[in-house]
Ligand binder design. Structure first.
Ligand SMILES: [Zn+2]
Length: 330
């Protein structure tokens, strides 16, 4: 009997995935809104006639990528004021903390709404206020913010956002940590764009779906990412429900994990895709036959890829080591 088989035979605690301390590095604020919070937002804006089926993809259901982007348009109508953004930020942080997430990097594109007077600046400030208030409530979670640039906005909007990010990067003492380049990936010349972005040597890559796929992907792109050991943020349910990967067992997590490439399991949009980070770990483990200690290592190693400072990394490692005997019940 192999070590692995022996370990497999150990009974898994039912709440193992919940108790597992976790790091979430790819979570869009507006996509992470739970159905509970969504109901509160809908109740505030009955005139919009939106129901929560329009903002969430239930278990077993799928949407096209285009339909997913339309869902975000609907959600944005519901989060149109600084007060909405504050409430949403606080709720999302609380839910991640309840799911055992100890370190969270939230990302969101600053948005202006003329109807409510929300500016890109007050948008960012509302998120920062939500992070601050959550900290004051002593939740066991360290939260940071990545300012996102939606490529659909074009270069002038992107420049404006970089300036805003720079300002907050300097004034928030590590809460605003970096930039996220996002938006609809279905553009012409995908391969050329991917290579251009890779040449900038990003600190992490979200999804990486098109690196291995036949249409956009190629061996040189995969090799480049391997050679530079650029960590990947992998979101299983997101890819299945948005139909960018045909099934869980065909997810590229399998490939990257098998070559021991730095990979971090993330939710992407826990609200829209009706999932939790604990559930994503469970799906990865069950699909790719990971043992409890492999799941533990996957979570522990994700600390290496956070954008916060080395001292935060050491604190998190201490926390993980402290929890290890309890979670793995040695
Ligand atoms: Zn994403």
């Amino acid at each position: 009997i192999t070590m692995e088989a022996e370990e497999q035979q150990q009974p898994w605690k039912t709440d193992f995935y919940l108790e597992l301390p976790k790091v979430e590095l790819h979570a869009h604020l507006n996509g992470s809104i739970s159905s509970n919070t969504m109901k509160k937002l809908i109740a505030k804006k009955p005139d919009l006639k939106i129901d929560d089926q329009m903002t969430m993809i239930d278990k077993g259901k799928k949407r096209t990528l285009e339909e997913c982007f339309q869902m975000f348009q609907t959600i944005h109508q519901l989060t149109s004021s600084p007060e909405d953004i504050l409430m949403v930020t606080k709720d999302v942080i609380k839910e991640f903390a309840d799911d055992g997430v100890k370190y969270l990097e939230l990302r969101s594109t600053p948005r202006r709404e003329n109807a409510t007077g929300m500016t890109k600046k007050t948008y960012v400030e509302s998120i920062l206020e939500g992070i601050k208030q959550s900290k004051e409530e002593n939740l066991d979670i360290d939260v940071r913010y990545l300012i996102a640039i939606d490529r659909r906005g074009g270069p002038s909007v992107a420049k404006e956002t970089v300036k805003l990010a720079e300002e907050f990067f300097l004034s928030t003492e590590g809460i605003v940590l970096g930039l996220d380049l996002s938006g609809d990936p279905t553009i012409p010349n995908q391969k050329k764009e991917t290579q251009m972005l890779l040449d900038l040597l990003p600190d992490r890559i979200g999804h990486g779906t098109f690196l291995n796929s036949c249409e956009g992907g190629s061996l040189d792109l995969v090799d480049f990412v391997r050679q530079h050991r650029i960590p990947l943020e992998l979101c299983l349910t997101s890819n299945i429900k948005s139909q960018t990967v045909p099934s869980y067992d065909q997810h590229h997590f399998g490939f990257w994990y098998s070559i021991a490439h730095p990979s971090v399991i993330c939710t992407d949009d826990k609200g829209v895709f009706a999932t939790l980070l604990s559930q994503e770990y469970q799906l990865a483990a069950e699909t790719f036959n990971l043992t409890q200690s492999q799941v533990w290592d996957l979570s522990y190693e994700s600390i290496n890829y956070i954008f916060a400072s080395d001292s935060t990394r050491s604190e998190l490692r201490k926390k993980w080591n402290h929890l290890k005997p309890k979670v793995l019940h040695f």
